[in-house]
Design a protein around this ligand. Structure first.
Ligand code: 13P
Length: 287
């Protein structure tokens, strides 16, 4: 059931669990995410970057695939389809394409410009029934060509952006996209505590969910994080399972070269990661 992310995240913030944003890359990813959500009775957010949408044939293609699949598979749990790290133009394109939620990432602009553009995007999103995520303090690491410096957000700036009327807010707290380096110092819980205080119950978003230790995830949720984004971990699991299938000679046995067989272990591996995330984030049975 396609919805925007407002109700699911308000409920998560109130009941102290987090909804997983699972980024999708193709049909197998989408199906793995949707069926696991249904099996675990968990709400889910399908994350789509501009780069992933381009790969899949455009924003409208992704919406048509995901919404039609949701219907054909009889998915009844709440599902949001959300633009991840959107530019100004991508946000407009996603509203037109039928997304139910968008992230406008103005964190790399001077703060005043982030405020002005976020304000404009909130109006556009809300006029069309979508939810809007904004970002303060760039998330480090590299994602689809977007490179941040791993900033730690200024709580006063978070409050200013939150007061514009965003539905949920991503604040940099030392998290980065991709695999964490060995010398990573962990999440900055002092800043998260301050951000949560000044934004008064607004659902907070933790990007870079791959590889954050379970206790840090749980502490972040207890402090107000209600949405956690996961991308790289599914990609690594998919790649490892596909590699194993081929190295074991799976594609050379009978009709093992059939893509429905070749991609099956990877899809199962994604399902396993998604299920583990639902369990860790506490969203099982919440739909
Ligand atoms: P990871 O790739 O580190 O899991 O981060 C995903 C993310 O934050 C998407 O916005």
């Amino acid at each position: 059931m396609f919805v925007n992310a407002k109700e699911m995240l308000q409920k998560a913030a109130k009941e102290h669990y987090a909804v997983a944003q699972i980024n999708i890359n193709n049909l197998e990813w989408t199906k793995a995410a949707l069926t696991t959500a249904q099996e675990q009775k968990s709400p889910i957010i399908l994350g789509v970057t501009g780069g992933a949408a381009k790969y899949m044939g455009g924003f409208a293609t992704v919406v048509a695939m995901a919404k039609t699949m949701d219907k054909c598979l009889g998915i009844t749990v709440p599902v949001a389809i959300h633009l991840d790290h959107g530019s100004y133009d991508e946000c407009i394109a996603c509203v037109e394409a039928g997304f139910t939620s968008i992230m406008f990432d103005g964190s790399h602009f001077p703060f005043e410009e982030n405020v002005a553009k976020t304000k404009e995007m909130i109006a556009l999103a809300h006029k069309n029934g979508l939810t809007l995520e904004a970002e303060v303090g760039a998330i480090g690491g590299e994602e689809d060509g977007v490179v941040g410096n791993g900033d730690v957000a200024d709580p006063a700036e978070c409050k200013a952006i939150a007061d514009l009327g965003v539905d949920f807010l991503a604040a940099g707290i030392g998290n980065i996209h991709g695999v964490y380096p060995d010398n990573w110092t962990g999440l900055n819980f002092d800043v998260l505590t301050k951000v949560a205080e000044v934004t008064g119950g607004l659902p907070l978003v933790l990007h870079g969910g791959t590889g954050i230790p379970a206790e840090m995830i749980q502490k972040a949720i207890s402090l107000g994080v209600a949405k956690i984004n996961v991308n790289t971990e599914c990609q690594l699991a998919f790649a490892a399972a596909t590699r194993k299938y081929i190295e074991d000679g799976g594609d050379k046995k009978g009709k093992g070269f059939d893509p429905r067989k070749l991609l099956a272990p990877g899809a199962e591996a994604i399902k396993k990661v998604v299920k583990e995330k639902f369990e860790l984030f506490g969203s099982v049975g919440k739909a």
